[in-house]
Design a protein around this ligand. Structure first.
Ligand code: NAD
Ligand code: UDP
Length: 312
């Protein structure tokens, strides 16, 4: 087996730490780069004993040089409260991070995968979302630093590919959950589980009729790794997510049932520009990558609840 050298930016975060672990388990050499804004050393500390793992504190808005075969560009806060905390920094991370990593990929001729997002579709008028849909994004709203940052990153990826033959892969990730989500990162799955385990009120924003489609982390990583290693001329963008769609009220009821909590649901104001519906069309991923998710929501929630029981 050939041991690949792989760089993972944002590798100390939720998805990045699982990715580093899996790439190491598959026999690769992994360099994890992170500025610990939303990630933590704790997520990867168990990997430090592996001699093929390296951890580097670095901010992707600054240039970085290394020789690797592949780059997974995940660095960017993903939770609305975190990416809205310093919107200018969020844009810089997406845009300058993409430019720095694409420049590196060009120089060393590495393959590079961009962790893009279903947020490029904004509050979608096409349902379920297909890759050919251009989206419906407010360019000056509270989510735009993230949505537009990710959209321009996709533009940069395509331009570097067309202009400089950089070997790119664009992955549009839909809501993903699992162990190692930060307990206070404000995303809905972690919020509901932590509230349920603490016996606190479960906070539904709006009337709870808005929908999301939740993918378990293991399924998502399988899609990500298949995309990175897919045929050279398949660049994406490709949707990776679980097409089973639930309202936030249904999610809250599932969490209440699975945790056996006495917590009550309370309703709070809906944040501005909150997408009303979201569901991936995954036909392209099925066709090109032979990929589809396997973990049903309840099964994934049980694993995630077990994790949060061990930390809260
Ligand atoms: P996360 O916040 O847990 O991880 C992001 C990581 O990037 C953190 O470790 C953080 O410290 C690091 N980071 C942030 N800014 C950085 C910078 N300037 N330089 C270096 N490191 C930096 O979020 P996650 O859920 O693991 O998301 C990972 C990637 O996947 C993100 O790019 C996100 O946009 C994308 N994504 C995630 C989801 C999801 O549901 N989890 C959905 C769509 C897209
Ligand atoms: N949400 C909620 N209660 C919470 C946190 C989030 O009802 O405590 C809602 C939020 O308004 C959104 C959905 O859950 O409609 C998903 O939110 P999340 O922040 O997880 O991700 P995103 O909006 O980026 O899909």
């Amino acid at each position: 087996m050939i041991r690949k050298k792989i760089l993972v930016t944002g590798g100390a975060g939720f998805l990045g730490s699982h990715l580093c672990e899996r790439l190491l388990n598959e026999g690769n050499e992994v360099v994890c780069l992170d500025n610990y804004f939303t990630g933590q050393k704790q997520n990867v500390v168990h990997l430090l004993k592996n001699p093929f793992f390296e951890l580097i504190r670095h901010d992707v808005t600054m240039p970085f040089y290394i020789e690797v075969d592949q780059i997974y560009n995940l660095a960017c806060p993903a939770s609305p409260i975190h990416y809205q905390y310093n919107p200018i920094k969020t844009v810089k991370t997406s845009v300058m991070g993409a430019i720095n990593m694409l420049g590196l990929a060009k120089r060393i001729k590495a393959r590079i995968l961009q962790a893009s997002t279903s947020e490029v579709y904004g509050d979608p008028e096409v349902h379920p979302q297909v890759e050919s849909y251009w989206g419906h994004v407010n360019p000056i709203g509270i989510r735009s630093c993230y949505d537009e940052g990710k959209r321009i990153a996709e533009t940069l990826f395509v331009n570097y590919h067309q202009q400089n033959n950089v070997r790119i892969k664009i992955m549009r990730i839909f809501n993903t959950y699992g162990p190692r989500m930060h307990p206070s990162d404000g995303r809905v799955v972690s919020n509901f589980i932590v509230q349920a385990l603490r016996g606190e009120n479960i906070t539904i924003y709006g009337d709870g009729s808005q929908s999301r489609s939740f993918c378990y982390v293991d399924d998502l990583l399988e899609g990500m790794i298949r995309l990175m290693n897919s045929r050279e001329d398949f660049t994406g963008p490709v949707n990776i997510g679980n097409p089973n769609e639930f309202t936030m009220l249904e999610l809250a009821e599932k969490v209440i049932k699975l945790t056996g909590t006495d917590s009550k649901i309370i309703y709070m104001p809906l944040p501005a520009d909150d997408p009303t519906q979201r569901q991936p069309n995954i036909s392209l991923a099925k066709k090109e990558l032979g990929w589809e998710p396997k973990v049903m929501l309840e099964e994934g929630l049980v694993k995630t609840i077990d994790y949060f029981k061990s930390i809260v």
